[in-house]
Design a protein around this ligand. Structure first.
Ligand code: KMT
Ligand code: NI
Length: 188
């Protein structure tokens, strides 16, 4: 599938729910995201309770925990405060796994040069952010998303706001790049 759903963001402080494309647009290919450790699957969100593909991903990666999160004022307690926290740049000690079942929204992740990449998530998109990557989330102008949250074992939802350069997960994430470069050099 051609990846048309990620782009480098402009730095304007307009409404975060707007796309924030640069002018001209700078799309980001899927393999660039994979280099950052961001993984992506396109699934069928209609019958997610019986989806074999989802089952396989969950089994392979050990995601035994699952819950659903409706992000709209009627269904989410402390809606404004939660949205504010989601959009504050942070990391986690574990992967962040989100599967969009309805609606849409933006995950922003920092690349190796500290630029924001905006990833547009719609129904059927499952995304995994690695532990230690700086990121944030906002709704788009549709103002609604229904997400499945997956986790390995007992879920931990603690966010560590930037700066976190001494956090073990951050250090490990940064090290994972250096290691990969090391391996690539040895292979030559
Ligand atoms: C988080 O940690 O929950 C986020 O980064 C927000 C995305 S899911 C609403
Ligand atoms: Ni997060």
């Amino acid at each position: 599938m051609k990846w048309k759903q990620a782009w480098f963001m402009d730095e304007s402080d307009e409404d975060p729910r707007l796309p924030h494309h640069r002018n001209p647009k700078e799309l980001v290919p899927l393999d660039h995201l994979a280099e950052l450790g961001v993984l992506y699957w396109r699934l069928n969100p209609k019958d997610y309770e019986n989806d074999q593909q989802l089952r396989n991903i969950r089994e392979t990666r050990g995601y035994n925990y699952m819950d659903l999160l409706n992000i709209c004022p009627e269904k989410l307690e402390n809606y404004e405060e939660k949205l504010k926290n989601f959009y504050t740049e942070h990391i986690h000690a574990d992967e962040e796994i989100r599967y969009c079942l309805e609606g849409s929204g933006y995950f922003d992740v920092r690349d190796k040069n500290d630029r924001w990449i905006r990833i547009w998530i719609k129904a059927g998109d499952l995304i995994i952010l690695p532990a230690g990557i700086y990121h944030r989330f906002t709704l788009d102008t549709s103002n609604y998303v229904k997400l499945m949250r997956l986790f390995m074992g007992e879920p931990v939802w603690i966010s560590y706001n930037r700066p976190q350069e001494d956090h073990p997960a951050r250090k490990e994430y940064i090290e994972s790049f250096t290691k990969k470069v090391g391996v690539a050099l040895e292979a030559h």
